[in-house]
Design a protein around this ligand. Sequence first.
Ligand code: HSE
Length: 401
Amino acid sequence: MVKVAIMGHGVVGSGVTEVLIHNHDSIAEKAADSIEIKYVLDLRPVEGPLADRWITDFATIENDDEVSIVVETMGGLKPAYDFVKRCLSAGKSVVTSNKELVAAKGVELLNIARERNLNFMFEASVGGGIPIIRPIQQCLAGNHILEIRGILNGTTNYILTSMVKNGVPFDDALAKAQQLGYAERDPSADIDGLDACRKICILASLAYGRHVYPEQVYTEGIRNITLDDVKMAEKLGYVIKLIGRSVKLTDNSITATVYPALVPQSDLLSNVDDVFNAIMVRGDAIGDAVFYGRGAGKLPTASAVVADVIDCVKHVTARKYMSWEDGFDGYVVDHNCDCTRLFVVTDTQFADKVSESFSDCETVTDGERLAFITDIGKFGALTEKIKQSGIETKAVYNVLY
Ligand code: HSE
């Protein structure tokens, strides 16, 4: 019998206990051992069948040698980072859904786990229930990964879908997303792109073998998108989506970005709606593979956590190999040097300046506003060219190509 402790009994943690109890027998068959929850750590009392396992003192878990696997579903860095480190130091494997923790401290925690022949797993940290960590790490191991791009945040995708499909203004769409419980406690983590930033950090670290820190990622959220921008983009055949993207460059540096981008209506990602996530991974052998599904929510996320717990049980003595090296300054190129195309919204009074400086670009107008898409160039050079041309912009977006 394997004894497990759960730290954090919120949405995801309670989903994990529910799945472990409800599917106990089939999980035991797959793990070739029975998995029992010994403790549930939370400040709030735990009700129901696990009420007698509720504890508030972390040291109880740390000092109990019977507990071999700890599930961390508290979120945030404090106290999760300290607790997870102490669990690993005490010889316990850790499974987490905490993207903030993995994005900020992944390389350090993986190193501690490796030194102690333990597992540190985080399938649920990206894409909720969508299998993506294991596929990149195992199934696509024969490839050089060239690019990852995706819709990594369900809340913002719900908001943008409401704006694009139903013409709901941003503030109303956000209020509805909060009402439906999609947004995290602090909605800014979603709408300012931080959540997607942490996820692209994890994916890029895993795919390219070096840690990418959130501070290295150019990150823009969706607060400033207007219905007018959405309509102008649509006229040119595009949909606005919040895209996390990381590309491997020929000199072994990478790009890593999160921004609202124009996605061609012909692209698969443009049809990923509501709270769904989709992640495209491009490998040199497989080409493009797309992973799609529910990127958030109690049971979908619990599904990924429980799969990791089962994997830990099956790899108690032979650790699963997963690690990457630390990153370095300059590994992620400055966004100004990224190659991109820009969608520029301006006023019709600048039509002449647009045709002078961007003569080959397709333009569209709604009578008052004029929009165009530039050719490919470096982000910094393109924005400088727009500035030099004297065009006053109302909005500028990257275009996915
Ligand atoms: N707030 C996140 C989202 C939850 O909306 O995608 C999953 O990380």
